[in-house]
Design a protein around this ligand. Structure first.
Ligand SMILES: [Zn+2]
Length: 882
């Protein structure tokens, strides 16, 4: 799955996470950090993993804590794969809903067979059901059972052998909202499995929907099953709904039948086996747009207002299916491919077999997508690639999660490389590497991690980012032909089964003929990554160039020496390079190369593929040479970053070059340093502001020009406000115009007040906070409902500043009431609740500073009330700190 945001735990100052592209959570509303550091849509978030809880067992009445026992006397923590007592062969579900009670009324008929040992009982996962009856299918006698609301143990009344297949029918009511201990994680905010959205229809701005989220083990909240990733079965779904609703489930829609009571039953059938956590339903009033790839039906389910943009929201779906099918030499293996956007989703997206669910953040207009089309492409690619890695071959246990997520992560690289070339893909790789390295500040673990504390904590920067980066290293080592042939072998051999990392290794070994234990041992079964100090020398007497590489990584479970094959490019002064291959096998090692004259540059890891930290001791001249002559985007980016740390006079010339670099991320870096007080540089920035192909570069160039506050740029800003411009450009232009002509900006803003783009709403909010005018309360109130996540924090801060600046007691009173309504609305997003409460707390600070104790006290009372009514423990904790 694709994780979108972290828990609110991450409000803690200093902790950071990657909730959404370009965002960083801090102590409150803060400006986003440099985007590229946080570019991984949610994965891996530092700080979110549960702290190990000291576990201890009660033995003979004595607490025996781990530290009391010699470590070697105790088995290490180990989360095994699920032990099979039965094989679940087929699941047939009839289901309908009680919207009012948020219940599902189901009948599940399961086909089973003992796995190996004979048995007279069956244990199923079934979370918070009312069980009405359990029978062998077609029989009247009910079977006795024990049920603790989590595990259902059925007495079969006779012993079955592994040759005996039987069918059992269970009638039940699932009550997901009434389950005790509904929990969640940073990755998946709730594990109640079955979600009713706006069930009573009271929120007029929100459609009524039902959808499911199975991963990790939550689908057993709506049907009885063996809720483990190494289980798999075929599936039939009979979903009965009121006739206005559309349904979606796995497999193909076989029939739709009108019932006498006016309802309709849709029959979905998946005839290929897949894991129970990949079962899904989505029900709502969706617009469905059809498409086709080869003979496979594609469908895009969106809210009716977005019907015209459905193919833009799920960009290049047929092209990606073609690309991945060809790359893997394994055609997309499922009977259809559907993608649906739902409201209030608990994660980013989920690869339910043949029916992917996405959160509403992907639902954008064509104009909104101008700013972040890569964001939608990467998430579409990620979920699609799971249909080979995750759905066709499935991790046998959560400890091996990278066998799902590492591949899905790497598919983003593969798609970008195919569609936009290596530079764009390498920029993505760099962000993934940084996301992982950043998360390492919170400690690491082996990529295959049998010792995890909580299975949800496996959805982190290791399983995703590191998993993808390690596949890239392996691809560069084996070569493309062997790498993709190895993937084909792995898929072909293990199709429709569960897998562990050794099976991946064996597939690569069989194809390449090489032993790869060394690679898997260090990258998959140990922790960490190489930390290298690299230095260079040239001896005029011996005519030898030397590269010394010292590995400095430390830590439990971290190899003291990584075995690292590397390409090294040795450049002459004319910019011509020859390539040498080296293999690091020691903690410190010096490699010598023939060099009649001193090389202009020695570029270690010339493919820039290694996941590592490094201190590369090039001289300034060498960095400049690297920027000008080394071939990759990553070479230039490394050089620019190193050069920006210095103050060499040459730097200005390099930055001038970098403003026209072919890669947008480097142009952005250069813009950040551009001295716009110098006319020649300002002219270059103005050019980017007018015509750069990348909206982000244009918007940032406009922002930089805005700081110059020169009327001569007015036309650029006015052009940037035109209706065909990307929203980031409009927002930046408005903010820039404010600086030279506030009245014109306020006038221009009037035409934008009905715009729903978050960038525009934020730009207007910021404008009105600094240039308040009466009569905007309704706009603030309405717009506050449209923003979520980090943008909600910023917006409520603008809103508060507006109220403060306006100096109108009646408006202030209304504003506070609006904050309170939002903060107390349990149905709204926790991000909005927090943003509104924080605004109240900041207003209280204003009162205190002005010595208005009475009003400050009134707001303290209000915050106490909000805190008391808040059900989210993390928010409560933060409110205590206000
Ligand atoms: Zn995923």
């Amino acid at each position: 799955m694709r994780i979108l945001f972290a828990t609110l735990l991450l409000f803690t100052a200093g902790l950071a996470c990657t909730p959404k592209v370009g965002s960083k959570i801090g102590a409150g509303p803060i400006a986003p950090d440099t985007p590229e550091r946080y570019d991984s849509i949610g994965k891996p978030l530092i700080g979110e993993e549960a702290q190990p809880i000291a576990e201890y067992d009660l033995l003979d009445g004595v607490d025996v804590r781990p530290e009391d026992a010699a470590a070697e006397d105790t088995l290490p923590a180990y989360n095994p794969s699920h032990t099979f007592e039965h094989d679940l062969i087929h699941t047939k579900i009839n289901i309908r809903f009680d919207w009012e009670k948020k219940h599902a009324l189901g009948k599940a008929t399961l086909t089973l067979r003992p796995w190996f040992y004979s048995t007279d009982r069956l244990t199923l996962d079934a979370k918070n059901f009312d069980i009405h009856s359990i029978r062998f299918e077609g029989q009247n006698t009910t079977l006795p059972y024990d049920y603790d609301k989590e595990k259902l143990v059925i007495q079969l009344g006779k012993t079955f052998t592994r040759n005996d297949e039987y069918k059992i029918a269970i009638e039940y009511t699932a009550k997901p909202d009434e389950r005790e201990n509904i929990s969640g994680s940073a990755a998946i905010l709730s594990d109640k499995g079955l979600h009713f959205i706006n069930a009573d229809g009271s929120d007029l701005g929100k459609p009524k929907q039902i959808w499911t989220q199975g991963e990790t083990e939550a689908n057993s909240c709506w049907f009885p099953t063996v809720d483990k990733p190494n289980e798999r079965c075929t599936q039939e779904m009979y979903i009965t709904v009121d006739n206005q609703y559309v349904t979606l489930s796995n497999g193909v829609l076989v029939s739709s039948t009108k019932n006498a009571d006016g309802s309709r039953t849709d029959y979905w059938k998946m005839d290929k086996p897949h894991a129970p956590y990949l079962f899904m339903m989505a029900i709502g009033e969706f617009a469905v747009v059809k498409d086709k790839w080869r003979d496979v039906e594609l469908s895009y389910y969106v809210e009716p207002a977005y019907e015209a943009y459905a193919k833009d929201i799920f960009p290049y779906t047929p092209d990606m299916l073609e690309f991945f099918s060809n790359k893997l030499q394994y055609p997309y293996p499922w009977p259809k491919y559907a993608q649906v956007v739902v409201r209030d989703y608990v994660s980013g997206a989920m690869e339910n077999t043949s029916a992917v669910i996405f959160g509403e953040f992907v639902q954008k207009t064509k104009r909104e997508l101008l700013d972040d089309h890569l964001g939608n492409e990467r998430i579409v690619a990620h979920e699609m690639f799971h249909h080979w890695f995750g759905d066709l071959v499935t991790t046998e246990s959560w400890a091996n999660l990278t066998l799902n997520e590492g591949f899905a992560n790497y598919s983003e690289y593969l798609w970008f490389e195919h569609k936009y070339g290596r530079d764009v893909a390498d920029d993505h790789l760099r962000n993934e590497q940084e996301g992982y390295l950043y998360s390492m500040m919170n400690g690491g673990h082996p990529l295959i991690h049998y010792g995890y504390d909580n299975r949800e904590s496996m959805f982190d920067a290791h399983s995703y980012n590191k998993g993808g980066c390690v596949l890239h290293i392996l691809r560069k080592y084996l070569g493309d032909d062997a790498f993709f042939a190895g993937l084909n072998r792995y898929l072909t051999k293990h199709a429709y089964t569960d897998v562990e990392a050794h099976e991946l290794r064996m597939a690569f070994e069989e194809v390449s003929g090489q032993d790869l234990n060394w690679f898997f041992n260090q990258w998959y079964f140990k922790s960490g990554h190489p930390q290298q100090a690299i230095s260079y020398d040239w001896d005029a007497a011996t005519k030898k160039a030397a590269v010394r590489i010292e590995q400095q990584q430390e830590g439990a479970d971290v190899p003291r020496v990584f075995q690292v094959p590397l390409a090294v490019d040795i450049y002459d002064a004319g910019g011509k390079a020859r390539r040498e291959q080296i293999v690091l096998t020691k903690r410190a090692q010096t490699f010598q190369f023939d060099a009649p004259v001193k090389p202009a540059l020695i570029n270690v890891d010339a493919e820039k593929a290694l996941l590592c930290e490094k201190e590369d001791n090039h001289t300034t001249e060498e960095w400049i040479f690297m920027y000008r002559h080394a071939p990759l985007y990553l070479d230039r980016m490394e050089a620019i970053e190193a050069l920006l740390q210095g103050d060499d006079p040459e730097l200005e010339k390099i930055l001038t070059d970098a403003l026209t670099d072919p890669s947008a991320p480097i142009r952005l870096k250069a813009l950040g340093k551009a001295e716009t007080s110098k006319p020649a540089i300002a002219a270059q920035v103005a050019k980017l502001a007018q015509s750069d192909a990348d909206p982000g570069v244009r918007a940032y160039a406009i922002e930089r020009l805005g700081k110059v506050a020169d009327m001569k740029y007015r036309t650029i800003f006015e052009n940037g406000l035109q209706a065909d411009q990307p929203y980031s450009v409009v927002g930046a232009s408005l903010s820039a115009l404010v600086k030279i002509d506030p009245a014109a900006a306020v006038t221009a803003s009037a035409a934008l007040q009905n715009d729903e783009s978050e960038a525009i709403i934020l730009a207007l909010g910021s404008l009105y906070a600094s240039h308040p005018q009466a009569g905007l309360l309704t706009w603030f109130e309405r717009s506050g409902k449209k923003l979520d996540y980090m943008n909600a924090f910023s917006f409520f801060d603008h809103y508060r500043k507006y109220l403060t600046q306006l100096n109108d007691p009646e408006a202030l009173e209304k504003g506070i009431n609006n904050f309170a309504t939002t903060a107390l609305d349990a149905a709204t997003s926790p991000f909005r609740r927090f943003g509104a409460t924080k605004a109240i707390a900041d207003l209280r600070t204003d009162y205190r500073e002005r010595g208005d104790a009475e009003k400050a006290q009134a707001l303290s009372d209000l915050i106490a009330k909000i805190r008391d009514q808040e059900t989210d423990p993390t928010l409560k904790m933060y409110y205590d700190m206000f």
